[in-house]
Design a protein around this ligand. Sequence first.
Ligand code: HGY
Ligand code: MN
Ligand code: MN
Length: 403
Amino acid sequence: MDKIKDEIERYLMELCVFGHTPQDGVTRLPFTKEARAAAEYLAGKMQELGLAVHVDASGAVIGRLEGAGPDTIIIGSHYDTVENGGKYDGIAGVVCGLSLIRMIKEEYGNSFPYSIEVMATNDEEGARFSGGFFSSKAMLGLWTMEELRKNKDANGISIYDAMKAFGMEPEKLPEAKRDLSEIRAFLEIHIEQGPVLEKSNKEIGIVRAIVGMRRKIVKIYGRADHAGTTPMDMRDDAMEKAARIIAGVGDAARNYLNSVATVGCIKAVPNAINTIASYVEFSLDIRSADQDNLNALERDIQSLITQSASHYEIQETVHIDPVEMDQKLAELLAKTAEDCGYSWMKLDSGAGHDSLITGPAMATAMVFVPSKGGRSHCPQEYTDTEYLKKAVKLVYQAVKQLS
Ligand code: HGY
Ligand code: MN
Ligand code: MN
């Protein structure tokens, strides 16, 4: 009987039901019935652990174990997923937090020098509204009502309206803002979502920095005309202009080390086989661990757009620079991993996380565990719970040293 491993496996198996897809993936977008089911499950498990449970104005589910001192350590990650994503991204860190807080409660009751919170955040991915980091930004009071109304999903529903339809009160979002002076640390256990740990044969990753990110929706305008009768020199074809830009994005990113750029979504109007497109909208996700490369790549892609299209709009939904994790916490985790006899390495995160938002505002650290084949954001995503167990034990020993 391996209590930590068994409970993590049980949690994950029970949670992946909420949004399970025919391809054996998980789709749990914010403000949907799948998200509600997962949130209610997590609140129930937190209550079973005897935690004080509340759902904040962003939809984050927070379980709190009161401690002896004035400050709080938050163990957080997200419970939403991308479309047809995996069973571990985000939620594995949440259930590791449940396991960890159980251990602290069993050993200390309410006498641990810090209060401990498990924070299951909402809409970290941005898979529905293109922004993401919803709860972590709300925790810092970073959302404006204008943004909530501006960011829309593929059906033109804004975050604001989606919240209202879900029975939430977007005007109350500022209530999710936390007093940062009482937060000692934000710690996130997360799957690596890449191949580095597995290739390096390491059990634990201690994150040095998280990539900076620019996310945009690019809107290209043209003119609808008959596909058969309109001569090629009389067209204003939004699809052709968008295609020229999209075709150049990958090569632009290949010019810079540790930088990536992706077009993941595209929408055409009227999207008809025999009509020249009057409008094409596509997403841009630009990232780099290096600030200068991120800025240069963003500039290069901007030039691609201005050279290829005369009538366009760009809506930026994420603008975050690379963030270094708290080095003292990283060193503590490294030393503790060594003491635990775990193989470990430091690495940068190519994925964004809530820790990217909390990093500049409070002491933040991330612990990665290997992803099989480096796969993520797909049903093939897999992590051996043995690694998750080691991450829980590592963070448990580290927070005890914090005290
Ligand atoms: O997009 C990302 O990097 C993360 O999965 N939110
Ligand atoms: Mn994630
Ligand atoms: Mn993700």
